[in-house]
Write a protein that binds this ligand. Structure first.
Ligand code: MGD
Ligand code: MGD
Ligand code: SF4
Ligand code: MO
Length: 696
């Protein structure tokens, strides 16, 4: 058997793996045993990865649509024909409407610099990633406080004494390295406080679980900060040295007492005070996890800022057992990998983006990622200009942008939808041409620059040859670019050449990765000096509680609290959503193994409320919102707040080409409304109220 070092891609966690191969077949996959905190570990999705390779239901060859959009009728074509056809359509659209009428949306991945280069080369500003949909407001919150994005921040769980997670369901929404570290910390006696309107698996592993009224985490945080500030429990030395705007925060927090927060959150006053005191005892080795999901509302940026401020108040910044800033090769005087976007002569496109990010209308979200959920509005309203072509690369706008009906209406207006996927996803079904990518076992991808306490580089070596007629994404873009006359920006013939080109400035060679699957720039962990060496990238070079980013754009640094209590009718609930350990978003529901483990989602509903509605465990219920409706099985439980119902994201697929997941369960995106935090950029995924009615 041959061992190949690779990176899992069943989710974006990119855990380092070892793939064992015999006669072109994958026999076993497990975590890379050379990597600290992975130590051979893998999650269920990673273990199920090999089952996609020979799955007859995956995308096996390029196809062009023959039936109506969404009907699922395609004809098999050669790559020549598929690429010529796609390039010709792109040319037609560019000639008629200009290059900006082409949008490319993707789940950020190792090839993002390739697809960005493609769009810039053809002259369109309209590249976006999934980032805003996942954590846009968090990204903006981090930049507003530290001048760094969330991706440049990490947590040293292993040495932490008290972790506080707001719906950070780390034992189900897994990244192997993180969950291993949290487990180690708990084994060493660390405390974990978990806050969620729903008792997830993480609640059961926690030292303390607080069932919070949905959407009220900001009230809790204002009260926690109130106690910490008023009782002098903060790290005064750290704050006076590194924080700008502490006095303003103190003044702002005056009315937000624990007794006020108790009535808003439903968490007893004494428990709020106790938590504030407990974390303060363990400072600075505490982590308030900044989270990705949890309270997803249109004021989300202020919630994320409040979490980050708690870390700063307790001095839990750039310290063992706290939060740290990720270090790149520059920290040790070395150079990082080269990206295609850095090439001389590649046009800089400064036209207004489809989502208007960077304009006065939407100034703060990260222009490196854009705001994907604005796409349906841009298409439908032709504002700022007509959008006519969409390339969906490892991204499914139908299921991953709230309000699928609205999204479909917008997609119907497009002249061209190109899908680069591995699965017959809902967007593949809806597209005009399908360009199938090779799976992560069958392709080499661009180099991963993994910054952290020790900067490292990882490579995904191909474990096997492509089983079907598929290509790596970076080759697909190169071949399209050549047909559009911009091939010079893609100076490689195959993935190995691209990888070697990327590695040139680093001083490492491809062969260096053979031994362990990665290379490290430094042997020791790098922490900046907390006395005078912290390198905040804000204008004041401090942590900006009073934020120049926000205030220069006309937004307040501290948001007066608006209550999230609402009058719900007897059959009304707030819809909250999340993930489980067996599935990745919308991609794995048709996976042969994972589908067996969890074929459909269910609706968690509080026992008392269910009884009032005559709903019993296992009954089918109708869930209806202003956006859509559907049927799902009820899970009647005490483990959810009475005002909320919960469902897993990613079910209710409409693609009949994916036989196992077709019409199994219900899609959250069908029900949710498409509204955004207009400051931070996230969608307000939990703003939707649904009616739940028994089907009897
Ligand atoms: N198995 C698996 N692991 C994954 C992924 C995956 O798809 N599958 N995806 C990865 C990605 S991209 C992400 S972003 C992360 C997401 O990881 P998490 O941030 O842990 O997100 P979710 O699993 O969505 O869990 C959200 C939780 O928030 C709770 N919640 C809802 N409303 C509120 C509220 O108002 N307040 C609080 N405190 N909690 C609330 C929900 O009940 C739910 O339990 O997971 C990553 N890991
Ligand atoms: N309604 C709603 N929307 C959400 C969320 C939610 O909870 N509810 N969660 C948000 C979050 S946290 C995130 S991170 C985003 C994720 O949004 P998406 O990126 O859309 O979701 P994924 O399921 O990760 O992947 C999408 C597509 O990638 C394909 N794919 C998988 N592997 C490969 C590959 O190797 N190559 C190619 N080319 N394609 C591949 C899958 O088949 C799938 O069609 O969604 C966000 N949107
Ligand atoms: S968390 Fe699981 S699915 Fe995601 S990369 Fe790691 S092993 Fe793969
Ligand atoms: Mo995400």
């Amino acid at each position: 058997m041959k061992k190949v070092y690779s990176l899992c891609f069943m989710c974006s966690g990119r855990c380092p793996i070892e793939v064992w191969v015999e006669n072109g077949k994958i026999k076993l996959v497990h975590g890379n045993t050379n990597v600290t905190d992975i130590e051979g570990g893998i999650c269920p999705r990673g273990a199920a990865g090999p089952s996609i390779v020979f799955d007859e239901q995956r995308l096996k060859y390029p196809m062009i649509r023959v039936g109506k959009r969404g009907e699922g009728k395609f004809r098999r074509v050669s790559w020549e024909e598929a690429l010529d056809w796609t390039a010709n359509k792109l040319k037609e659209i560019i000639e008629k409407y200009g290059p900006e009428s082409i949008v490319l949306g993707e789940r950020a991945n190792l090839n993002t610099h390739v697809s960005k280069t493609f769009l810039r080369a053809i002259g369109s500003p309209n590249h976006f990633t999934h980032d805003a949909l996942c954590k846009g407001s968090l990204n903006t919150a981090c930049r507003s406080l530290f001048g760094y994005t969330d991706a440049q921040i990490g947590f040293d769980y292993k040495n932490c004494k008290h972790m506080v997670f707001y719906g950070r369901n780390i034992f189900e929404s897994v990244i192997v390295k993180e969950v291993t570290q949290v487990t180690k910390a708990l084994e060493k006696g660390a405390k974990l406080t978990y806050i969620d309107p729903r008792a997830s698996h993480t609640a059961f592993k926690a030292t303390k679980y607080l069932m919070i009224r949905p959407g009220t985490d900001l009230a809790l945080n204002y009260a926690l900060m109130h106690v910490i500030v008023e009782e002098g429990l903060y790290d005064a030395e750290f704050v006076s040295k590194w924080v700008k705007g502490f006095e303003e925060l103190k003044e702002f927090l005056k009315p937000y007492t624990p007794s006020w927060a108790a009535s808003e959150t439903g968490i007893e006053e004494s428990k709020i005070v106790e938590l504030a005191k407990d974390v303060a005892k363990d400072k600075p080795h505490v982590i308030f996890h900044m989270g990705y999901r949890a309270a997803h509302y249109t004021d989300e940026i202020y919630f994320r800022r409040s979490i980050l401020m708690l870390n700063a108040l307790l001095g839990a910044i750039e310290i063992k057992g706290g939060m740290f800033f990720k270090k790149g090769p520059g920290e040790v005087g070395k150079k990082g990998i080269r990206k295609l976007t850095e090439q001389e002569g590649l046009p800089k496109v400064d036209k207004v983006r489809f989502d208007k990010v960077g304009t006065k209308e939407f100034p703060l979200p990260d222009p490196n990622h854009g705001v994907g959920q604005k796409l349906p509005f841009a298409i439908l309203n032709e504002d700022p200009y007509p959008i006519k072509g969409l390339i969906a690369y490892r991204f499914d706008p139908i299921m991953s942008i709230p309000d699928s009906n609205l999204t479909k209406k917008a997609l119907d207006k497009l002249d061209l939808i190109v899908c680069i996927d591995i699965n017959p996803s809902d967007i593949a079904l809806y597209s005009d041409v399908i360009l199938p990518e090779s799976t992560y076992f069958e392709r080499m991808d661009c180099v991963q620059q993994a910054n952290g306490l020790k900067p490292q580089l990882f490579i995904r070596f191909p474990a096997i040859d492509p089983v079907f007629d598929t290509k790596p994404g970076a080759i697909i873009f190169k071949e399209l670019a050549e047909r559009l006359g911009v091939g010079k920006f893609f100076p490689y013939n195959n993935m190995e050449e691209l990888v070697r080109w990327q590695l040139e400035p680093t001083g490492f060679k491809l062969e260096d990765f053979m031994e362990k699957g990665f290379v490290a720039y430094s042997k020791d962990q790098i922490f900046w000096d907390r006395e005078n060496g912290l390198k905040f990238k804000t204008p004041s070079k401090k942590i900006e509680f009073v934020s120049s980013l926000l205030e220069n754009a006309g937004f307040p640094s501290f948001l007066p609290y608006k209550s999230k209590k609402i009058d719900l009718k007897e059959n009304e609930f707030r819809l909250i959503v999340g993930r489980c350990v067996f599935h990745t978003h919308v991609s794995t529901q048709n996976n042969p193994y994972l589908n067996k483990l969890m074929p459909e989602n269910v609706l968690w509903i509080n026992s008392k409320r269910a009884k009032e509605l005559g709903i019993e465990d296992g009954d089918m219920v109708e869930v209806k919102s202003e956006q859509g409706k559907g049927i799902i099985k009820a899970k009647v439980t005490d483990f959810i707040h009475p005002e909320a119902v919960f469902m897993l994201h990613g079910f209710g697929h409409e693609s009949p080409l994916a036989l196992r997941s077709f019409k199994k369960g219900l899609s959250d995106a069908l029900l949710q409304k498409n509204v955004s935090d207009e400051v931070g950029g996230s969608p307000g995924l939990h703003e939707t109220i649904v009616e739940v009615n028994p089907l009897k």
